[in-house]
Ligand binder design. Sequence first.
Ligand code: ZN
Length: 643
Amino acid sequence: MPRLKESCKQDLKLRINIVDVVSRVATPKRAGGSRFKALCPFHQERTPSFHFDSDKGFYKCFGCGKSGDIFSFVQETEGLNFTEAIEALAQRFNVTLEYEEGGGGPSREERSLRQELFDLHEFATDHLHQAFKGGGDAAKWMRDYWTVNRRFPAELADEFKIGLADAQCSGLGAAVLRKKFSEAAIRQCGLFYLYDDALMTVQALKPRFRGRLMIPIRDHQGRVVAFTARQTALTPEDDKSREAKYVNSPETPIFTKGNLLFNLDRARAHAGEGNPFVMVEGQLDALRCWSVGLKTAIAPQGTSITEGQLLLLRRYHTELECFFDSDAAGQKAALRLLPLALKTGIEVRFLTLAGEGKLDPDLLFLDKGLAGYEEVKKNSFGGMQFMRRYVLPDARSATAERTHAAVREIYSVIAAADSELLRRRLLGEIAPALGALQVTPDVFERDFASFLAKGGRAAATGPGVTGPATGSGGGGESGPGERFEINGQGTPAPEDSAAPERDLLLLLLHSEILGGALAAACPHDWVDDRLPAGALLNRFLAEFSEGQWPGVNRLDTLLESEAERALVASLLFEKPQIDDWSKVGVEGLTRLRARALAPRLRQINILLAQAATDHSFDATALLKERSELQRRLRSPLALAPLA
Ligand code: ZN
């Protein structure tokens, strides 16, 4: 991951007004001073409770509680991660970003190479699309291929910038050289073959794509990063990949197959409650879906679906319908997807069409339009139903071996589920079907438990998975129900809005002048740093003791997570009517002190009560500790601005 220079974030915050960021998705109304309000983009409402402040650069919704800054706003409304949100903002507001040298991130050169590769792909997309629209026989042939053979609307070609690579790749090499892209970018873009020691000339640049229909591949931010090229009658005999139906760009610094889903950049805007993503096998299937109005279709890049792709998908929506060809390859792909979906928390259903014969989503939608979708939706299966149908042998043909193999396959899928609760549910769903194969539910469950104990779920356990960390060594005897636990040890205490940490944090943010005094008066071990507010309070107090407090408007460098940014934003937004912040501070400190010292005092009192009947016990030390504790608990606390 490229690491941005810390100063960039600050720079963006100074240059970009949150009002401009919010107004892309909501209409701001003035609410006095630097304050604005709008209808909340995060929840449904009729009167605006979404407030933001152009000076402070923070927002807070008093309806749903969402709060944060320009970065979290873009992250949440556009489904980007932090770095992507920064890049999107920088691009939108014309701010140049700087990256850290070394430290694992790309160097300045690598960074500009990436940018150049994006530019080169954008340029190539336009060039090849113009070739598709141009005069000449090849262009006319390809347009006919698009509209007559494939029966796609002409406008769809414009919308997705479908291109033509004729036998010479439509002169792309010469155009790229004229455009003065750097040699490094041309060598690494994947659009050409070029010998390592060859001079950079038009003759030396051998195009990878010849006589093919060009489909630009965009990442989830809508940037073209690669191409898929469909073989056609124009593909020349001497082409190296003549026989391949589809040729893809190789992986490059901007293109990793396993992290990309075709059409996700558009589909993500249409997916949501009741509108699941629909995974189809190929890009042209996805384009067919789009053209008939099924806007949530996506396609993997290449044949197999990866965990990375599903994690990307999950950022936007967790419901997925899988609509693959009804042939054996399609079913195999579906079965590979199922454990990944369970592992990543994607709810998957499989769409199939009743009746015989090979079904191809492209033909179905071409034939029936969106009605075809309604039809396959009626025949959809959940994951376990799908396994019952396609994995379990039917009772008549089942042999012990076949049943055993099928059951093992089911185990390995269920083992991928990310919670014990879900695994139980899945076992319950499939168990009845096993009855017909003479496998009773209790045998099935015991067998599954021993499968897990033997390491069958090793692949399924990842960070953040609840439940036991390792397979229970006890083996098949312990039922899954007994091993289920909701909270492990060391789980952070839940945020308590009444916690003194929160009050003291509020004080620091609204009365910085008391920060030094508070830092001097508050030992860090009084603070519960398992609370987000506590962790922040200790961090802030440390800055004050060091004399390094950056000031309320420059806190970014001190905030380490989204939760922290949100907490600070929400505290900054409170308008506490406080005359005497010192008093608030003293109260908070007093509560922290009592909470820190009281348990030991109670413990001492119990020990002393026991000691009263035991004359050999010397209570002197305990008595001394108790009076010291009592003295500390009584001693007055004070907070005054330090000179
Ligand atoms: Zn809201």
